[in-house]
Design a protein. Structure first.
Length: 286
């Protein structure tokens, strides 16, 4: 993956969290104030995990940006900087997992990237070591906001969350973001895309990957993003003709990456997105 320009500066933000007062926008949630960060603002919020009452929490890192600005997915594409989440300063946490809502393709004259425009909330699944005690979330966040230029930013966010409640719903913003996280095959819903096959051609002068998927509802907004392990770069897929039944084919020109042979035997993550849903599948290139 490539850096989109030099770091132009660092934005340092320190936010101490508190409980939202009655009648706030996020009921039943602990939340930090919004903090302005040039063309973006950031907050950290947390609430109940309805799926695991009394045992887990759902948090969220929310970034909103000025009109025309963007930030990046975990795989930024042909350029850009992925977000970095450092939770090492947290206490009473057995595990912290960052989820990524379905991204979109961002097209600039020089490159195609993967990310989010205007706003994104990253859901955070938190398992406390001791569910009967408060959790202290401390995050060192690094991300980039970009328009014509890319500005790196850092944010230090802290939030104290009471013991995991035995009942309740997550904050509405977190629940909405969780709905947008691509689902694995075992949890795929009727509106989510289904991967039909991946055909690799890793040798010869024109190596490629051909991907075929079915998109319910006709495939509005259909796209695919591919990630490889070990830092291997996979070029962006090109959408080919789609069928009337929602079947769509994509082609990845691996000659652009120059590492097609290295992909043999690797397990790729294929993320399929559409207006009606999103899914994620692991595929090994045997």
């Amino acid at each position: 993956m490539h850096s989109n320009g030099r770091r132009a500066g660092i934005l340092a933000i320190l936010v101490l969290g508190s409980f939202a007062p009655a009648g706030a926008a996020e009921p039943s949630a602990a939340v930090t104030p919004w903090v302005e960060a040039q063309a973006a603002r950031v907050r950290l919020l947390a609430g109940a995990d309805a799926a695991h009452p009394g045992k887990a929490l759902l948090a969220g890192v929310e970034i909103t940006m000025a009109e025309g600005w963007k930030t990046y997915w975990r795989n930024p594409g042909e350029a850009g900087v992925p977000p970095s989440f450092d939770w090492s300063g947290s206490s009473n946490t057995a595990s912290i997992k960052v989820d990524y809502p379905a991204p979109m393709r961002l097209v600039d004259p020089a490159a195609e990237m993967i990310g989010y425009k205007t706003t994104v909330l990253f859901p955070i699944e938190v398992i406390p070591k001791l569910p009967t005690e408060a959790v202290e979330l401390r995050l060192a966040l690094e991300f980039a906001v970009c328009r014509e230029i890319c500005i790196p930013a850092q944010a230090s966010l802290a939030l104290t969350v009471p013991p995991a409640p035995t009942a309740g719903a997550p904050a509405p913003a977190i629940a909405a973001a969780m709905e947008r996280v691509p689902r694995v095959e075992a949890k795929r819903r009727a509106g989510d895309p289904k991967l039909l096959g991946v055909t690799p051609k890793l040798a010869g002068p024109s190596p490629s990957l051909e991907i075929e998927a079915k998109f319910p509802g006709g495939g509005a907004g259909a796209d695919v993003f591919i990630e490889a392990p070990d830092g291997l770069f996979v070029p962006m897929a090109k959408k080919l003709a789609g069928g009337s039944d929602g079947q769509v084919r994509f082609l990845v020109d691996l000659s652009r990456g120059g590492n097609a042979e290295e992909l043999k035997g690797k397990e790729l993550i294929v993320t399929l997105v559409s207006d009606s849903g999103a899914s994620e599948v692991s595929v090994r290139l045997d």
